[in-house]
Design a protein around this ligand. Structure first.
Ligand code: PRP
Ligand code: MN
Ligand code: MG
Length: 189
């Protein structure tokens, strides 16, 4: 297996642009939640890099919690149904929550999670997503801290995977076509 950069066809968002956006969002979050007890909920696994960067850039103390949700399976298109692989291990009742995500595709993961945390009694639920495939939205999601809009190309890096790989790339990129040649023909999952 060759160096990760050799698997990349083209870059969508550079490391510098990711850092720039996250530092701006962190400054805004630090201001908006000053004096509040903020709980950041990261959606595993894709949000790990975004959560790590954002949480270190905010200047207020925050609680970090994780929920593992799956919508893509191993293919390159969202399957539409949400599977809870790991639930939160704390109550969100009365808490101010910022959901941290890597990408909005159909919007189903975030739509489900926002509704779920509200129904569990959160005091407020807001969203930061690093990337947004606006052209693929199927359901509406209110995003307080918007990220970069990207085209409808399958993106990897900074937490985003293809078949559980490439999450460790430090930018957002599109893989060379040959990386997908083992994917099943027809309906993707
Ligand atoms: C991806 C991505 C988002 C979600 C977006 O997660 O990280 O969580 O899909 O798609 P949607 O807007 O259509 O719901 P995935 O299901 O691949 O799990 P992962 O984060 O573990 O890779
Ligand atoms: Mn995810
Ligand atoms: Mg995935």
């Amino acid at each position: 297996i060759a160096d990760i950069q050799s698997h990349i066809d083209h870059e969508l968002v550079s490391k510098d642009r990711i850092e720039d956006l996250i530092s701006k969002v962190a400054a805004q979050v630090s201001q908006d939640y000053a004096g509040k007890d903020l709980l950041m909920v990261a959606v595993l696994k894709g949000a790990i890099n975004t959560l790590a960067a954002l949480s270190q850039a905010v200047t207020i103390p925050v609680q970090l919690e994780f929920m593992s949700l799956s919508s893509y399976g191993s293919g390159t298109t969202s399957s539409g149904s949400i599977t809870v692989r790991k639930d939160l291990d704390c109550s969100v009742r009365g808490r101010h929550i910022l959901i941290v995500e890597d990408i909005i595709d159909s919007g189903r993961t975030l739509r489900w999670l926002v509704d779920e945390l509200r129904s569990r009694g959160a005091a407020s639920v807001e969203v930061f997503a690093l990337l947004d495939k606006t052209c693929r939205h199927e359901v509406q999601v209110d995003v307080k801290y918007p990220g970069y809009v990207i085209p409808d190309e399958f993106a990897v890096g900074f937490g985003l995977d293809y078949d559980e790989r490439y999450r460790n790339l430090d930018s957002i990129a599109v893989l060379k076509p040959q990386e997908y040649e083992h994917e099943d023909q027809g309906e993707q999952s």
